[in-house]
Design a protein around this ligand. Structure first.
Ligand SMILES: C[S@@+](CC[C@H](N)C(=O)[O-])C[C@H]1O[C@@H](n2cnc3c(N)ncnc32)[C@H](O)[C@@H]1O
Length: 496
């Protein structure tokens, strides 16, 4: 069934310019991924009728993959109703043709409905004040989807309908997921393929809150390779597949599986992870854990009850966008120029300045581009996928650059600042934390991207100030800044 649909879709991709498809956030699921997603559903048993929803159906590959599976597993007396939403007029004839072909080939009874309106906006009237007042014909047994990936304005009509989950300008993909949860019957399942970005960060917090108030995660699949999921489409996003169930019964564990790409589902690795390790805290961060080491890291760190904020500390982003301040940058420490810290200055655990590179100083013209010369822990914001560690930090002490009341920092570094200054001992203690394998592992499970985001760092569980000081003392004693040594110190505090 599916081969012909994929062939037709390829022909559509060839003739339709990418710029046009982009307007609709349109890219297509591969045949292997579609079959894999369809395989994840627990099909309700002994039902005469099943309803399927595929919103943002494109050429119909996902609902046809599900129909292909149902056609093999259900008796001929079962009838299946497929509802597709698709609002790009140029793909509608192909969607119609593909669905008709699949229906004709299926041994079971199939009813088709194509809704050509906007999936979110057209349901506004149903939503009203009561999100649960939707008539039954808009609730489905099985929902499958690859939603459009597209940022829209914060006053776009879709954002207005689902303002409950928006924080600034939303992305259509999580509005589709929200509406999907809304359209699920109680106890029913939804399988979606989306970017991983929703699993952490403040921007998606209201969406996560909505998701976990109405449903539970029941399966996660991750791809190791970023560019091998939508192969013909050059989508460079960390992608994940998740299944959720509309229920309040939280499972004890859920399977998280991994494959290298979308072609090798035969080489799948699966591990059952305790649910409370995956979803935790008031911000509902989703930790995408893939092995025992990560489970251990999460369990250990989640025991800590502080955050940087309640210790009077804060991770901030560097102040200077260097290419916007080119005229202020200098190579030499001329009059009125102050040191500008770049990520290249973070070396072997310390900030080593100067490096003799261009633009290492900045003329102090504006307060917003300067920070007091105090003790800081600098942390790189960007690392490459190939680098072993995501968290890479360097100790900076005020006395490294005497004679400068102010310094500055490029926006590709973050730094931990304290309202009333941070002692050297606490800086060393923070270094133990941020240079440990435990925290690096924790952070990776929290954020799939290579960027170190200050909002997430500010919400990481932290030990008490007393523990940080005592770890700092221990490190100061030996001055061995290696990861192994930091691990020993941290673990003696975590495990006692
Ligand atoms: C990422 S594509 C996925 C297509 C198909 N489901 C697949 O997996 O190959 C998303 C689809 O949603 C459609 N779309 C975008 N915005 C929509 C909206 N507001 N309502 C309905 N469909 C929409 C796009 O035209 C596009 O075909």
């Amino acid at each position: 069934m599916l081969e012909i649909i994929c062939k037709n879709t390829e022909a559509f991709i060839q003739r339709m310019p990418k710029t046009l498809r982009k307007q609709y956030g349109q890219f297509f699921t591969s045949m292997e991924t579609a079959r894999f997603m369809a395989s994840l559903f627990s099909i309700p048993e002994k039902r005469e009728e099943l309803s399927i929803l595929d919103a943002g159906a494109g050429s119909g590959i996902l609902c046809v993959a599900l129909l292909e599976r149902l056609s093999c597993e259900l008796s001929a007396s079962t009838s299946v109703k497929i509802t597709c939403y698709e609002n790009d007029p140029s793909i509608l004839p192909l969607l119609k043709k593909n669905l008709e072909t699949a229906k004709a080939e299926s041994p079971i009874k199939v009813a088709l409905e194509i809704k050509t309106g906007n999936y979110i906006v057209s349901q506004r009237d149903d939503l009203g004040d009561d999100l649960f007042a939707t008539p039954d014909n808009r609730k489905y047994d099985l929902i499958i989807g690859n939603p459009p990936y597209k940022k829209i304005g914060k006053s776009a009509p879709e954002a207005a309908v689902l303002k409950e989950v928006c924080h600034g300008a939303p992305n259509l993909y999580f509005l589709f997921a929200t509406m999907g949860i809304h359209n699920l019957k109680d106890g029913a399942e939804m399988v979606y393929i989306t970017p991983r970005s929703w699993t952490s960060g403040a921007y998606f917090e209201q969406f996560r809150k909505y998701l976990f108030t109405h449903a539970v995660l029941s399966r996660i699949h991750l791809f190791e390779s970023r560019n091998k999921v939508f192969d013909k489409e050059s989508v460079l996003q960390e992608t994940m597949i998740f299944k959720l169930k509309k229920t309040s019964d939280t499972p004890r564990t859920i399977p998280i599986s991994t494959t290298e790409s979308n072609r090798d589902f035969a080489n799948i690795r699966t591990i059952d992870i305790p649910y409370d390790v995956i979803v935790s805290g008031p911000t509902y961060y989703v930790h995408l854990v893939t092995d025992e080491t990560e489970i251990r890291a999460l369990r250990s760190i989640n025991k800590f009850s502080h955050t940087l904020a309640d210790l009077g500390l804060k991770m901030k982003t560097g102040l200077v966008v260097d290419f916007r301040s080119r005229d202020l940058l200098r190579k030499e420490p001329e009059k009125d120029a102050i040191p500008l810290i770049y990520s290249q200055h973070i070396r072997e655990g310390r900030v080593r300045f100067p490096q003799g590179k261009d633009n290492e100083y900045i003329i102090k013209v504006r307060k917003g581009l300067m920070q007091e010369n105090k003790n800081y822990l600098f942390v790189k914001r960007f690392t490459s996928k190939e680098e072993r560690r995501r968290l890479q930090c360097g100790i900076y002490l005020k006395r490294y650059l005497p004679g400068f009341p102010y310094i500055s920092s490029q926006n590709k570094v973050n730094f931990i600042d304290g309202k009333s200054g941070i002692s050297e001992c606490v800086i060393y203690g923070l270094y133990v934390i941020f240079n440990s394998t435990l925290y690096d592992t924790y952070y990776r499970a929290l954020n799939g991207s290579t960027q170190v985001n200050s909002t997430e760092i500010n919400s990481l569980p932290m030990p008490s100030m007393q523990a940080i000081e005592s770890m700092g003392k221990e490190l100061l004693h030996t001055k061995d800044l290696s990861e192994v040594h930091c691990n020993q110190i941290l673990e003696s505090h975590v495990y006692g």
